[in-house]
Write a protein that binds this ligand. Structure first.
Ligand code: GLU
Length: 466
């Protein structure tokens, strides 16, 4: 068998949807697993709706997730002449015909179908009428002469044998009356010319596959193998649409989901291998197979994405986490100031423990990044006279501390608890508010260590609280 070649073929008519990303991932992993090639084809023949910004977003999304395609992007619109040539060949061989129905006539047929509550299917009127009967002034479309009798079996690699009555497939248009090719023609010609061996795509393309198979047959081209992946549904079980929140990659990266975590989540969304959950990139490539793709739709579950991300935050190398966090802040929040970088880096050890996303790290570590503490207006009211005394007592004792650590700080806190006749909260809370602006946050020792001596001293003597 020839070397495996797969492709991802998005239309740049909108931002890349999470379902599309998973299709791209499966195609890519399959080609990697088989030591084949993977290609990106931009299906931009719909000139009005295709936008360069969407094409860029698609390319960036794949890059963000680490999906690399071989060669340059294949731009479908640049191959239109090849598609038209095939349409004419099909016409010449009697596999296609010109249809002269007017727009009104087609509309009338659709209306009748609606009234009868039947799906519209073109009545094949011009299939057998000789061209000499063509009406004046109407530009024809070219339709494929679909099979009417019998049935066809699609040997789907995911769904098994899928049989369909040929009569249910209409004589679909391959060339519009403005001379432009339709998706089914262009995709088939491109897949053939690109020498694709496996077409892995969403379930919603199954009917198209039956149409495309007929073009392959009519052109006597080798048929690639097809795998239709069940769609992704919302947690409520509805079909995921572009209008759903969190449907593009930007929605995830914006809240601080990391690419490796999302890749791992998407891999497991509708694919399984034993009961393994966590897959490094190498493991994904090593184990990916089409047999592992499930037959029923999978549900997009935000809580699982978050727990996958949490796993990655806790387990990846801290330098890597720091780099990703820095990049995240630069893109979506504010850049970390150079003099705060070291403090952030050493604080990841505890900041990561309470974070499901990079945004959580940002929020919980905000106090380290700011020059001036931003006080929560309710919390600052908790700084009464007693709290002020605790803060200034601590500040005094703190000046004598040489090396800041839990071991050196604990005795001071314990002393203060005793001398102020209070408990741990009575000391910890005022200090936490003074140092971070909020009564919530990391443990008090972690806060002090993360800020360092100079900054702690500065904050404890802030005029606003003392
Ligand atoms: N442009 C089509 C889509 O985005 C491609 C389908 C296919 O993979 O053939 O749905």
């Amino acid at each position: 068998m020839s070397k495996v070649a797969t492709r991802f073929a998005p239309s740049p008519t909108g931002a890349l949807h999470i379902g599309g990303v998973r299709t791209a991932l499966f195609n890519w992993l399959f080609s990697k697993n088989q030591k084949g090639t993977f290609h990106l084809r931009i299906e931009d023949t719909d000139k009005e709706r295709s936008k360069d910004e969407h094409k860029k977003q698609i390319i960036n999304s794949l890059k963000w997730l680490g999906i690399e395609y071989d060669g340059d992007e294949y731009i479908q619109s640049s191959k239109i002449n090849d598609h038209i040539k095939v349409a004419n060949e099909l016409l010449k061989n009697g596999n296609a015909y010109k249809c002269y129905c007017s727009a009104e006539e087609i509309e009338e047929q659709k209306k009748r179908a609606r009234q009868k509550k039947l799906p519209y299917i073109y009545n094949r009127k011009w299939r057998d009428i000789p061209e000499t009967n063509a009406p004046e002034g109407i530009k024809p479309v070219i339709r494929f002469k679909s099979k009417i009798e019998g049935s066809t079996i699609l040997k789907d690699l995911v769904q098994g044998d899928v049989e369909i009555e040929n009569g249910t497939i209409e004589d679909f248009i391959i060339l519009r009356n403005d001379g432009s090719p339709t998706y089914n023609l262009s995709a088939t010609v491109d897949d053939h010319q690109m020498k694709m061996t496996h077409i892995i795509r969403g379930d919603d393309h199954k009917i198209n596959t039956f149409k495309q198979m007929q073009i392959y047959e009519a052109m006597k081209w080798d048929l690639p193998k097809f795998a239709h992946v069940p769609l992704i549904h919302t947690i409520e079980g509805k079909k995921l649409s572009k209008r759903d929140n969190a449907s593009t990659l930007d929605d995830y990266s914006k809240i601080g989901i990391m690419p490796d975590a999302l890749r791992n989540y998407l891999l497991r969304l509708g694919w399984s291998y034993e009961d393994k959950e966590i897959f490094t990139l190498d493991e994904s490539i090593k184990h990916f197979n089409i047999e592992g793709i499930g037959k029923s739709p999978s549900k997009l579950d935000m809580s699982r994405i978050l727990s996958m991300n949490e796993h990655y935050i806790k387990n990846i190398d801290e330098n890597d986490l720091f780099n990703q966090f820095t990049e995240y802040c630069k893109l979506y929040k504010s850049e970390i100031k150079p003099d705060k970088k070291d403090n952030i880096k050493k604080s990841l050890t505890f900041l990561k423990n309470k974070a499901k996303t990079l945004e959580d790290i940002f929020n919980n570590g905000q106090y380290i990044m700011v020059d001036e503490v931003k006080f929560n207006q309710d919390d600052i009211k908790l700084i009464d006279e007693k709290a002020k005394k605790v803060i200034s007592n601590f500040a005094t004792k703190f000046t004598a501390v040489d090396k800041i650590s839990k071991e050196t700080l604990e005795p001071i806190v314990n002393d203060l608890i005793k001398s102020n006749d209070t408990n741990f909260k009575g000391v910890g809370q005022p200090l936490r508010i003074a140092l971070t602006g909020s009564k919530f946050g990391p443990g008090i020792y972690d806060i002090i260590i993360s800020l360092g001596k100079e900054e702690v001293t500065k904050r404890l003597t802030n005029k606003i609280i003392i």
